[in-house]
Design a protein around this ligand. Structure first.
Ligand SMILES: Nc1ncnc2c1ncn2[C@@H]1O[C@H](COP(=O)(O)OP(=O)(O)OP(=O)(O)O)[C@@H](O)[C@H]1O
Ligand SMILES: [Mg+2]
Length: 196
């Protein structure tokens, strides 16, 4: 399998690469399509009959396992090496707890509108970068889930796939970088279009 990376994507380590479950894939687009099929099953599960708490660490991992469990052996498990994005791997549970506590407080005190609470949650989740890979897709789904609970809405994420290089992806990554620096406005502008 030869991995190719869109700008802002996280490279797979050699030891993570051995966790790839399907053995028949050779090209990145084949992997993307394989993962996408797995993810769509997770979306059906998630927005179908059963739902969990997007502010619960175990459920956060369970969703990743649903999304990538047919593709990666380490799906649902926090990473055990450092990446170019994200906190030190051994501080992941600490940062997650802190973040989830902050979000609960924001909700309780209506500190921001629901869309902004969900957008901030998305950024914090992806900035912690819990998993070896799949963080972007996972954190987008988790934010949709939180926004569904808060306001019965989902984001449109620029109305197209964000997984490959595109103008929309560039705007998305730039917005996350601004949020890294404490400015959430570009991310809110990017997410401006929301659906019921
Ligand atoms: N500067 C940044 N700050 C915070 N998050 C970032 C930054 N740059 C990229 N990201 C996030 O990291 C994700 C890439 O991480 P990863 O490769 O684990 O996710 P993915 O789901 O495999 O990829 P993608 O969603 O990009 O297809 C991006 O989608 C984006 O959400
Ligand atoms: Mg990736």
């Amino acid at each position: 399998m030869k991995f190719e990376y869109a700008p802002g994507a996280t490279p797979i380590d050699a030891d993570e690469a051995t966790g790839l479950i399907p053995s028949h894939l050779t090209l990145q687009h084949e992997l993307n399509e394989y993962e996408e099929t797995n993810i769509l099953e997770a979306v059906d599960w998630l927005f179908g009959r059963r739902r969990g708490d997007p502010l619960d660490q175990r459920f956060i991992r369970a969703v990743h396992r649903r999304m990538f469990g047919q593709t990666w052996k380490w799906a649902g498990e926090a990473r055990r090496s450092d990446k170019n994005i994200g906190v030190r791997w051994y501080e992941i549970p600490l940062h997650l707890n802190q973040m989830l506590g902050d979000v609960r407080a924001q909700i309780e005190h209506k500190a921001y509108p629901p869309v902004e609470i969900a957008a901030r949650y998305h950024h914090r989740l992806v900035a912690i970068h819990v998993f070896p890979n799949g963080n972007g897709r996972h954190a987008r789904l988790m934010a949709d889930l939180l926004l569904t609970e808060l306001a019965n809405q989902r984001f449109e994420w620029g109305r197209e796939s964000l997984t490959t290089a595109s103008e929309v992806r560039s705007r998305y990554i730039a917005a996350l970088r601004a949020a890294d620096g404490g400015d959430c406005q570009p991310l809110l502008a990017f997410l401006g279009q929301i659906t019921d």
